[in-house]
Write a protein that binds this ligand. Sequence first.
Ligand code: MN
Length: 241
Amino acid sequence: MRPVCVVSADFEAEPKERCMLGADYVKAIHRAGGLPLIAPPVLDCADPKEAAMRTCEVAGGLVLTGGADLNPRLFGQSPHPSLGSISPVRDEFEIALASAALSIGLPILAICRGMQVLNVAAGGGLIQDIQSSCQGAHAHAISAPRWHPTHSVSVEPGSALSRILGEGVVWVNSFHHQAVQPVAPGFEVTAWADDGIVEAIEKPGAHFVIGVQWHPESLVERHPEFLKLFSEFVRAAQGMW
Ligand code: MN
């Protein structure tokens, strides 16, 4: 039976309030054997933590998805001049989802912004703008087709990620201007770009808690090796990983 995989949705306040999610996420989960269930940010909810916990309790696994910047207040910083748009409603619910999932040992696949949410929920921080804060960094917010790998990352030997994707160099897509730093206590970096930007994190010893800075859901059709991230996550959601 397909395990329920809860997928966090985006929230747009203007011009009309909408909950949204790119179809690539649900297609990749379904192709990998999971049953995707979209979890919208809960609006005007008296207790988002309770809502997040109840959402996680029906799930075999949680996918935290991509999107806009996190509110820097969540990791103790003032807004950088290059900070993009933020969504406090989405931030609050996704941080609560990540915290609930971590507390009950739910498998987590965290993608792009999702990896940043996971890191902040676990007590880490972010670089708000790579271009102005990291000397010598190459471009990471790249205008290219979603399925096109644009830079390489090195996967740490011995990591859970290396058991899924293999050790060494992997080429990935890149649509981010923020980056994980510092990494949350209890987490490790498992892939780096060659300019030192963190491209993947995981929680050693956890039952599949992995974040990637790229967008595997947009790569799976043309680069099927990335489907393995989803199929191993689905296996974890079935208790088989
Ligand atoms: Mn990148």
